[in-house]
Design a protein around this ligand. Structure first.
Ligand code: ATP
Ligand code: MG
Length: 384
């Protein structure tokens, strides 16, 4: 008689995870590490979260990006209870449902609705954790937040992260995480610069001597470009379109620099005179002009930061160049445009949209060296 013992797949995953944890876990600061912390540390996950105004991403060490969802929450208009989070809430947004309010809790780079942000964070961290088979649901989490959020908002994000089951919660400002995720030498003396262009905010940061030397943050980024396109279609073509349609046009044919081959795109919307469905063909030149004002503001912000940069660091940048990160950093020709305007090589980081989440996660991998780049009311909190 033959017996076959079948182990469920997750048992293998679990054994592998424990092995990896034992192999790689470094005990930092043994003096402050409780035995409980140490035990949890062996079996729980390290998570980096990019709490972006457009997208929230979750990076898990050893697994990569496990969640990439729009920062949208659908809530019941009467009870204000959340109904959907992420992609499904964004889908509802384009349908304009009557009894449901679609909230973008971080719109414009500030946590305008932090109760709802907390719900969203809770949902996404739990969802990331559900994807692992570790029975101790106590991850260490670093959350990337827009720079300039208030102490109250920081506290709210930490609370939400701990409520979601985190063993430790730390905060890092987006441009810092973006620079780490883009592999910039943030701990070195020589200067390096990141321009992170997201949905709600553009952040420029110059690093040297292990910290930020100069930074700029403006509320002009990808969302503003979408609004520019909505306005352009309304004013020039008498066509009413929604932001999701404008975003598609921007991603499809938007640019900051003349394209080798200019293109056209069919935009569908509602004719403002007849009230009937209508469509208009727009060219990439037209879209470039429509978003030109926003692109100029972003370029001027980089110029402004460079104006204040000490000459020896400018020399470093001329050697190492400027790194562009963030979803809207992927706008065609932005690197070429920036190079032309500031006379410094500029290029898009690899996997530009995930830099912040990966950078946040990397802090936990090299905690002793990178922890000084964290921010927050108490540079992180723990809960037992
Ligand atoms: N290929 C592309 N070309 C141009 N824009 C793009 C492209 N892909 C995504 N975007 C834009 O990137 C923006 C989202 O970027 P990202 O996910 O980095 O923002 P975020 O981190 O959520 O926002 P923030 O950093 O402002 O908090 C959106 O405006 C989206 O339309
Ligand atoms: Mg961002």
């Amino acid at each position: 008689m033959k017996f076959v013992i079948r182990l469920p797949y997750f048992a293998f995953e679990y054994v592998e995870l424990c092995y990896n944890a034992l192999r790689t876990h470094e005990v930092e600061e043994p003096s402050v590490l409780s035995p409980l912390d140490f035990l949890f540390g062996l079996f729980s996950l390290d998570i980096g979260v990019d709490l972006g105004t457009a997208y929230t991403l979750v990076y898990v060490r050893g697994k990569g990006i496990v969640i990439n969802e729009p920062s949208f929450v659908a809530i019941d208009r009467k009870t204000r209870a959340p109904i959907e989070v992420g992609a499904r809430a964004k889908e509802m947004w384009s349908k304009n449902p009557k009894d449901i309010l679609i909230v973008r809790p971080l719109r414009d780079g500030v946590i305008s609705e932090y109760e709802i942000t907390a719900r969203m964070l809770d949902y996404l961290i739990k969802k990331a954790h559900e994807q692992s088979w570790v029975p101790v649901p106590r991850p260490r989490v670093v959350v990337g937040i827009p720079s300039g959020v208030t102490e109250v908002e920081k506290r709210a994000v930490i609370e939400a992260t701990l409520d979601a089951g985190a063993r430790e919660a730390h905060l890092i400002e987006e441009p810092v995480a973006a620079a780490i995720g883009a592999n910039l030498p943030v701990l070195e003396t020589r200067g390096s610069m990141v321009v992170d262009i997201g949905g709600g905010t553009t952040e420029v940061a110059l690093f040297s001597l292990g910290g930020i030397v100069i930074s700029r943050s403006i509320r002009v980024a990808g969302d503003e470009m979408d609004e520019d396109i909505v306005q352009h279609l309304r004013n020039k073509h008498n066509l009413l379109i929604g932001e999701p349609t404008a975003e598609k046009a921007k991603i499809d044919i938007g640019s900051a620099y003349p394209l080798p081959q200019e293109r056209t795109y069919m935009v569908k919307g509602r004719n403002l005179t007849t009230g009937l469905p209508d469509s208009v063909e727009v060219s990439s030149i037209e879209i470039r002009e429509a978003i030109g004002g926003s692109v100029n503001i972003i370029i001027d912000t980089v110029k402004d930061a460079l104006d204040d940069t000490p000459p020896e660091l400018v020399a470093d940048l001329m050697e190492s160049g400027i790194t562009i990160a963030g979803g809207a950093g992927q706008l065609r020709g932005l690197g070429d445009r920036l190079r032309e305007e500031v006379n410094i090589r500029s290029w898009l980081a690899d996997d530009a949209m995930t830099c912040v989440a990966r950078g946040a996660g990397r802090v936990l991998e090299d905690y002793n060296n990178l922890r000084r780049l964290l921010t927050g009311p108490e540079r992180g909190s723990t809960r037992h």
